[in-house]
Design a protein around this ligand. Structure first.
Ligand SMILES: *Cc1c(COP(=O)(O)O)cnc(C)c1O
Length: 220
């Protein structure tokens, strides 16, 4: 099923929209199947899970970190990942920068926007995003390449639209500010239930798990 799902999804996505296969809870073998079917980017929420899959699959695919990154996991994360989509503070960015300096690597990062301004969620509030980007512009071993958001959850994905719209506005605003060393290229928004709405609001990167791998079963 994974192979068919990937092929169908890839044929359906508009030109210029990149697919990130969101792989949390999936086995390295399931992830490998998705890669063989044509997925170019795998998204992982947990460093430890990513390590197991990375050991099997390696650099045949690009690895994006899409979970909440803890400071004590950064050293490992910078060895595996090609992009970290969830930077939301100067502190975590400085840690990534420090570890990447040691690895002699420049990490592409996206700024995670808490577009619903939900207190319990990660991500920076919309009105603080541009200032954060300006602060990160001086870090030599990271490169800001765009924004990511997880809209609030709604049964009806159409209700996500204002949050995607808001994130796109911030994207355009930061792009227009022409900050040195910043390349506003990727707008990562939309999951299985909401990717169509997200694309219609300008997403050029979608993170999709369930539609590829089936329903997730969490271990008890
Ligand atoms: C799990 C996850 C996804 C994919 O969710 P699905 O509904 O399974 O497509 C996308 N983005 C993030 C950050 C996730 O944690």
């Amino acid at each position: 099923m994974i192979t068919e799902n990937v092929k169908e999804l890839l044929s359906e996505l508009p030109q210029g929209v990149e697919l990130v296969g969101a792989a949390k809870t999936r086995t390295p073998d399931e992830i490998r199947e998705a890669v063989e079917a044509g997925i170019k980017i795998i998204g992982e929420n947990y460093v430890q899970e990513a390590e197991a899959a990375f050991n099997l699959i390696g650099n045949k695919v690009r690895w994006h970190f899409i979970g909440h990154l803890q400071k004590n996991k950064v050293t490992k994360a910078v060895k595996i990942f090609d992009m970290i989509e969830t930077v939301d503070s100067l502190k975590i960015a400085q840690e990534i920068n420090k570890r990447c300096t040691q690895e002699n690597k420049v990490m592409g990062v996206l700024i995670e926007i808490n577009s619903g301004t939900e207190e319990q969620k990660f991500g920076i509030f919309p009105d603080k995003a541009e200032d954060l980007v300006k602060q990160l512009a001086g870090l030599k071993n990271i490169k800001v390449m765009g924004l990511m958001t997880m809209a609030p959850y709604f049964e009806n994905s159409e209700k996500c639209r204002p949050y995607f719209k808001k994130t796109r506005e911030i994207f355009k605003q930061i792009k227009a500010a022409n900050i040195e060393n910043i390349e506003m290229k990727y707008l990562s928004m939309g999951m299985t239930d909401s990717y169509k709405v997200a694309i219609s609001e300008g997403a050029n990167m979608v993170r999709i798990g369930t539609r590829i791998f089936g329903q997730r079963e969490y271990k008890k």
